[in-house]
Ligand binder design. Sequence first.
Ligand SMILES: Nc1ncnc2c1ncn2[C@@H]1O[C@H](COP(=O)(O)OP(=O)(O)OP(=O)(O)O)[C@@H](O)[C@H]1O
Ligand SMILES: [Mg+2]
Length: 331
Amino acid sequence: MMQQNTPPSDNALVVEDLVVDFALDNAFFKRRMMRAVNHVSFTIPAGQALAVVGESGSGKSTCARALTRLVNPNHGTMELDGLDISQSNESLTRVQLAKQLQMIFQDPFGSLNPVHTIARHIERPIRIHRPELSNEQVQDLVIETLETVGLTPAQQTAEKFPHELSGGQRQRVAIARALATGAKYILADEPISMLDVSIRLGILNLMADMKARGLGFLYITHDIATARYFAERTAVMYVGHMVEWGDSDSVTQTPKHPYTQLLIQSVPEVGRKSRQGPKKSPSGQIPIWTPESVGCPFVARCPKASDLCKQSMPEVTQVATDHFIRCHHAD
Ligand SMILES: Nc1ncnc2c1ncn2[C@@H]1O[C@H](COP(=O)(O)OP(=O)(O)OP(=O)(O)O)[C@@H](O)[C@H]1O
Ligand SMILES: [Mg+2]
């Protein structure tokens, strides 16, 4: 569970004890489930970002999908500015939820319609979420939104089609579309990983501007360096578990969990190539976590693993003011 300095509030996205199970689609194990998200909790205050980092399959996207109700959580509560957005709240429609919470994906091209102009992409959410506006007001808002995300001259951009823009410009359109709904929180799932390295920083800086305007971000990434650059807080996930979390500087500069330490060691530096995540030890396979699994999820790959680690899930240990880990060997 994620301990917080800020109590759950009316001005935050609050996830508490989220669990998501999927059926293992193996003919021999029809009834077996895998636990993709295992008792995850976090709070994102308005105007701040939480980075979620971890290797492929660690459950990062599933957390975001549960928030937008693309998947059904098995357990847990989710609140947006004090409003219950869990599946159980049936009075809240997807449209109402989309008005507050928007996703941005890795591939901006995939989320844009090739036969619609950029203007049309931005207009649509404005018309859905702000039906009170006149045509003229909608057009003004389209231009204003394009200017906000740096797509200038806006009038010219508005008339273009997605294929006429660069990857970075397309991601700006995706951000503009999220803004056009009036969203308060953005779930950005690897928003820069498909972009050319030279334009990544521009998109991160744009998102930082949005943060300064009061938007909250869940920033999903493989890249712990950008986590520290962009997000106030960072959570490290492994096999559905949050294993280390807290203030981004503290987590990335003085990582305490053996997994985070391995992740940071595997960040490529000049002259080093690996971008594959930490090396797996010969015995160290990434496990499939099930609701029946016990022990620490990292035990098979952990250099500090002991018998205790095989038997019981570590409790949360606070290692600094805003820095927590789940490890039996926290020292
Ligand atoms: N709809 C689904 N049905 C069954 N299993 C799923 C489904 N969605 C995700 N999973 C499984 O849940 C686990 C977590 O997946 P998830 O996509 O959340 O990982 P991720 O951390 O986002 O990985 P990546 O970095 O590759 O995007 C994986 O083992 C994945 O195979
Ligand atoms: Mg993912």
